[in-house]
Design a protein around this ligand. Sequence first.
Ligand code: AMP
Length: 276
Amino acid sequence: MEIITDLKEAKELRKMFRNDGQKISLVPTMGKLHYGHLNIVKNALKYGKVFVSIYVNPLQFGPSEDFNNYPRDIEGDIEKLRQLNVDCVYMPDETITKNNKTFITDDFFSNKLCGLYRPGHFQGVLTIVMKLLSIVQPDFAFFGLKDYQQYILIKKMAEDFFMDVKIMPVPIVREECGLAMSSRNLYFNVTEKEKACNLYKILNNTRLLFKKGKTLSENLKHFAIKELIDKNFTVEYVEIMDKELIDRKKTAETGDIILSAVKLAGVRLIDNIFLE
Ligand code: AMP
């Protein structure tokens, strides 16, 4: 397994794989890898040579967010990726974003949902993903559906720039209690983590209400928000949208998605569930 920090070396390796006729996959992460990440890597390995990038991207954190405290574990991450037989761990040094003056901005999807609560976040995400895609030039780039809005934005960016990369979605991996795995779950103590599990339970109960015939979004959202508040979450949003995130739905339909962001004990959690 190659471990690379220098972008020229990353490009050299990509060229070598290409000259060998290999397909290349990229899995961007911010590290402190859990099974949600490793499951994405396992999927990527089916498609050819795999680059996993690890970079806590300062461009996507707001001034009052947790960039400095974000969990990091380079040694542990490398070991996990070695066991999976990944081809390259690419850990860009800070020059990848330092003094950056060019940004990728979306003017539609970024104004909704998480974008409203994290100004500049998606600009930071799109900019780093564009950089990684330019360096690695993968055939496939893999993203988890936990960050659903991020996935839609990246897919749209790749389309809008006619990029020769297929954006590959990977389902959410959850803990036994339903909580979506996240590096940030490490911020919770045991009691807080138990409470955090209620987020998924409430989204799932909302989905079940839909299944029983309640289709008015206002009613479904009202139910979810009330339950979340009862369980001590601070609610940023609960929305029901079509799966391309174009419109808020008045009447929910099968195939739509419920998306939510909440805070518990100062930790921001996002989750989503499809209506079926
Ligand atoms: P992060 O390290 O949080 O930036 O995440 C890197 C990638 O892993 C992103 O595409 C995330 O959507 C994805 N990811 C993180 N947690 C999960 C999870 N529980 N299930 C599926 N994908 C995930």
